[in-house]
Write a protein that binds this ligand. Structure first.
Ligand SMILES: Nc1nc2c(c(=O)[nH]1)N[C@H]1C(S)=C(S)[C@@H](COP(=O)(O)OP(=O)(O)OC[C@H]3O[C@@H](n4cnc5c(=O)[nH]c(N)nc54)[C@H](O)[C@@H]3O)O[C@H]1N2
Ligand SMILES: Nc1nc2c(c(=O)[nH]1)N[C@H]1C(S)=C(S)[C@@H](COP(=O)(O)OP(=O)(O)OC[C@H]3O[C@@H](n4cnc5c(=O)[nH]c(N)nc54)[C@H](O)[C@@H]3O)O[C@H]1N2
Ligand code: SF4
Ligand SMILES: [Mo]
Length: 672
């Protein structure tokens, strides 16, 4: 038997067939429909491998001393409900905090934020989008009125030029990178701006290898050069934008020669990039974590928006500002309101009218106190926050400054984790709830280009594991706010009724290629491209943004700049991919990329064990000496618990979006 599903890894959202024999998942095959068009990357092809892994959690667990004992669902859920009720009574509803999951379905994330707001009475709901694209949502909402990818994966292929800045697309969004490569082979010009020589630079007309944290200087200088050459789109600027004069004046301060001093990129290359992007009929800008994960995250994003507005590259096929969403359902978790300041469908929690509308639908009064972000919750543990419920996230590996996170989680009165596996975070929980994987449930994921797609249950849950939507419904009902849904389609119907952008979405309509929001009615075909006639906010708005260095810069004691990220074969904290034999076979060891000249100075050879230390901690791992990384820069992926990169990272955040600066901190490297 083969069952249609959606790849549980990245936001590209490739469809796949789950093959089932005798009630077990035995393999996956690509699906002809959806973004992957009958292809999968190596992670997709091995997506079944963790499903039946012997480490899957199959019974609820309650802490007993240093370990856990098995419990029934009734006992575990009663305990969680009584702890939440108690904390609410003693400290108030805002002492309870929730982390939703970009790996779980739309229906599950919707229920978790509803549980937080309606059953508990707090806006303390957030998820990994905070660590990922919170700066995108803030920045793009300000410039355009919507925080999502402006274009669709398909129409990227129409571009004549690409600027890929801070996205290692072929490793992190492989089936989307395929479209870029196809366009390049057809003649489109590719500019890559990345401190490292990523695989896509093979296809690039130009590689701008700038220092981490200097994107604003780079982009301002490109705009300076575009205006100097007269390549700005005056008609578009006049008809569709506002505040251009201020931007024009501001970027005069950034001649390419000046930016060269900040970025380390030769002025001539910046001019060439400006010429390629500025003179293209259709230029598409793609970005990801290299732009967002900085204390200047919002300003970085605004800068990309400025460039697209300046050249009229928005609202048409093959153009746009395209933040590539990471997790399989991070777009959806945001859409359905798993954010402290936004209700389902991006209605503002601070807006009394929106609260009234949702309150009527949910037959309750919604809390007006602003909620805490993910980073604020961790920092507030033990103080404002007494109880945390984490659904499918692993903050002890994924949040910055692990020693700090561990100390903070220790201060909680009670920690609940729902998980597939005994993650580092589950290990320190008071109650661990066994959740089911994508193969064991019905639901929807929303891919990076706002595409809502359906996954179908292929097998029965393992052991006593349960879908998160069931767990959350049971808990809510125990808290005195009944949630009785027979199946996830009823939850989607409710989402459609409260979130205008999902109004026309229903399970009956979600075959084939899914539906891209906004879908304002049941007849509406969905919206592949945003801002075609006018921007969601009316006129597109230019913003003046200034270069600002990272919070922590190299000095004598910590002379190198660390940037962190991922590799193609592993997923974040490794809970799933490090249980997948095919992927382990590719890479199964922590490593640090270091420039060959830095390595020579330090007496380090390829394959040596080295120690990397920051002001917050140190780790030991293997050196990959390479000419492909900028001198003075070190890169470490954060997948490997034996040498966790987040022991080193800095928890300085962007003031507005609260995204941590994972992409820049000072380190010292020595032979181990
Ligand atoms: N295989 C795999 N795929 C994934 C994931 C995974 O864990 N594994 N995670 C998913 C998720 S949630 C996300 S958010 C995405 C992330 O996708 P990406 O953002 O593409 O991945 P990263 O490796 O975090 O960083 C991207 C690039 O930013 C560069 N960079 C570092 N500092 C800077 C800087 O200051 N400026 C610029 N311009 N570039 C810089 C790095 O060298 C790196 O090549 O990937 C998704 N896809
Ligand atoms: N140094 C550094 N740190 C980073 C980043 C970086 O670039 N550098 N990137 C950041 C970014 S962009 C992100 S998105 C975060 C990701 O951070 P996390 O979300 O904490 O990382 P994951 O490993 O994806 O954790 C998801 C967990 O959910 C579990 N899971 C999977 N499916 C389900 C389900 O259906 N239900 C439940 N209950 N559990 C499930 C998995 O077993 C896994 O343990 O990391 C951030 N941390
Ligand atoms: S590109 Fe992303 S969605 Fe597609 S198979 Fe690979 S990991 Fe899965
Ligand atoms: Mo992410």
């Amino acid at each position: 038997m083969k069952v249609t599903s959606v790849c549980p890894y990245c936001g590209v959202g490739c469809l796949l067939y789950v093959h089932v024999r005798d009630g077990r998942v035995v393999g996956v095959l690509p699906h002809p429909k959806g973004p992957g068009e009958n292809r999968l990357c190596i992670k997709g092809w091995s997506a079944h491998e963790f499903v039946h892994h012997k480490d899957r959690l199959t019974r609820p667990l309650i802490r007993e001393g240093a370990g856990f004992r098995e419990a029934s669902w009734d006992e575990a859920l009663d305990l969680v409900a009584s702890k939440i009720s108690e904390a609410k009574q003693v400290y108030g509803a805002d002492s309870v905090a929730f982390l939703a999951s970009a790996k779980a379905t739309n229906e599950e994330n919707y229920l978790m934020q509803k549980l937080a707001r309606a059953a508990v009475g707090t806006n303390n709901i957030d998820h990994c989008a905070r660590l990922c694209h919170s700066s995108t949502v803030t920045g793009m909402s300000r410039a355009f009125g919507s925080g999502a990818m402006t274009n669709s994966q398909e129409d990227l292929e129409d571009a004549d030029a690409f600027l890929i800045i801070g996205s290692n697309t072929s490793e992190q969004h492989p089936l989307l990178a395929r479209r870029v490569i196809r366009a390049v082979k057809r003649g489109a010009k590719l500019i890559v701006a990345d401190p490292r020589d990523i695989p896509l630079t093979e296809y690039a007309a130009l590689h701008l290898q700038h220092r981490p944290g200097t994107d604003i200087a780079l982009l301002n200088a490109m705009m300076n050069a575009i205006i100097a050459e007269g390549l700005q789109d005056d008609a578009f600027i006049k008809a569709r934008t506002k505040d251009y004069e201020a931007l024009r004046e501001h970027v005069q301060k950034y001649p390419p020669e000046y930016a060269e001093g900040i970025t380390g990129v030769p002025a001539a290359k910046i001019r060439e990039a400006a010429h390629i992007y500025g003179s293209a009929e259709k230029a598409s800008l793609l970005f990801s974590m290299g732009i967002t994960q900085h204390i200047t995250g919002v300003n970085n994003v605004l800068s990309t928006a400025n460039l697209a507005l300046l050249t009229g590259n928005i609202g048409r096929r093959g153009t746009g500002v395209n933040p590539l969403r990471g997790q399989n359902n991070v777009q959806g978790a945001c859409d359905v309101g798993a954010l402290p300041d936004l209700l389902p469908g991006y209605q503002r929690a601070a807006d009394p009218e929106a609260r009234k509308r949702l309150g009527e639908a949910w037959k309750t009064t919604l809390p007006s106190e602003p909620g805490l972000t993910l980073t604020e919750k961790v920092n507030g543990a033990g103080d404002k926050v007494k109880i945390m419920f984490v659904m499918g996230e692993n903050p002890l590996m994924s949040d910055p400054d692990t020693n700090h996170v561990r100390k903070q989680l220790d201060k909680l009165d009670f920690l609940v984790v729902s998980e597939l596996f005994m993650s580092e975070t589950a290990e320190v929980a008071d109650v661990v709830l066994p959740a089911v994987s994508f193969a064991e449930k019905d639901g929807t994921f929303t891919a990076t280009d706002r595409r809502v797609q359906r996954l179908y249950k292929a097998i029965e849950p393992l052991g006593e594991a349960k879908p998160d939507w069931w767990i959350l419904g049971q808990l809510s009902t125990r808290l005195g706010y009944a949630m009785k849904y027979a199946d996830p389609s009823e939850i989607m119907d409710e989402i459609a009724s409260v979130a205008p952008i999902y109004r026309g979405v229903s399970y009956e309509r979600l075959g084939g290629d899914g539906l891209r929001w906004p879908v304002p009615s049941k007849e509406h075909p969905g919206t592949p491209i945003l801002h075609t006639e006018k921007f969601s906010r009316g006129l597109g708005k230019f913003h003046v943004v200034e270069h600002r260095p990272p919070a922590e810069e190299p000095d004598e004691e910590y002379p190198l700049l660390l940037t962190t990220g991922r590799v193609q074969f592993h997923w974040h904290t490794g809970t799933m991919t490090r249980r997948s034999p095919t992927l382990i076979d590719q890479v199964n060891e922590a490593f640090a990329e270091i420039n060959e000249r830095d390595a020579e100075r330090l007496g380090i050879h390829f394959g040596d064990m080295i120690m990397v230390a920051s002001r917050r901690g140190e780790i030991t791992l293997r050196a990959r000496v390479t000419g492909g990384i900028k001198e003075g820069v070190v890169f470490i992926p954060f997948h490997f618990s034996e040498a966790p990169a987040n022991m080193l990272t800095n928890n300085a955040v962007d003031a507005e979006s609260k995204i941590p600066e994972y992409k820049a901190c000072a380190v010292r490297v020595s032979r181990a």
